[in-house]
Design a protein. Sequence first.
Length: 322
Amino acid sequence: MERNKQLVFIVGSGRSGTTLLRNILEKHPKINVSPELKFFDVILANRQKLIFFDHKTKSERLVQRICEKYKQSEDPLWKKFNLEESKLLKNLDLSGSYRDIFLKIWGYFSTNPGAPIWIEKTPSNVFFLDNIIRYFSQAKIINMVRDGREVVASAKKRNWAENTLELAIWWKESVNAFYKWKTKRKSEYLEIKYENLVTNLEGELGKVFNFLNLSIPDKSFLNSLKEIESFSSFFESSKRGVYQSSHFRDFFSDKEQRIIESVISRELSMLGYKLYFERGKLLFSFKYLFLLWKIRFHLLSRRLGLFWVWSYLGKIIGRITK
């Protein structure tokens, strides 16, 4: 199957515009998209836990886990798919290598499987780019970037974490993970800034379609994007060519703003974002260092396929840092 399809992975941090880009690209007739599969957290980690079970038990447990996790997902695209365990057990063969299983799940949960370009969007895959290229050497990567301060504010509003500092560190780690991988240049990649996508929709989509070796659609394609849920404000911003978001300044106190910016100032500057405050020394408090290494241990356990270890330790650590 891979020989006949161009596989593309959209990565980045959460709340950086990855879902918006995927929903836009879904409108193209030559593009197939899937919901957020979270393969490395949902499938790989759980399959390793079941290494000593027989194939039937493995399949049943994996399907149970798939239904459980995907039903909890915030990705609205999952509403298009039937997540009944009995149906999945009957139609989804979960034998073979991790690569084979990835492709089977991807193919099963597809909106347009006959299309030549397949796109999967899981922001946290930015931490698994080496694995992705190991499985799919010809894959293309699109990295979505957004001002980390606005990402933190948006995530906090959605109650993704009680600790604001932790949200800032997650964004920081996602940026550094991509740039560390980028230096290896093992695959074709494209970076798109959310702010540029908003203010110059046609131009930024031109870059994306060129990257995917697709002809740039006409104006009717842009007009069709108005059908996307919650797209109206985005479309108006694009027509005006002006993007202003002040969630960060409005949502956090001056002290919180300074702390958050100090944590991610290096990465903000690296990405070309203007700092609001004079860059000072980061106060390496015990809490900051604890959260930093908590997140890094979390990521290490995921990369090693030991996410189940983290699920137990994370509950204990969460109580300490709450």
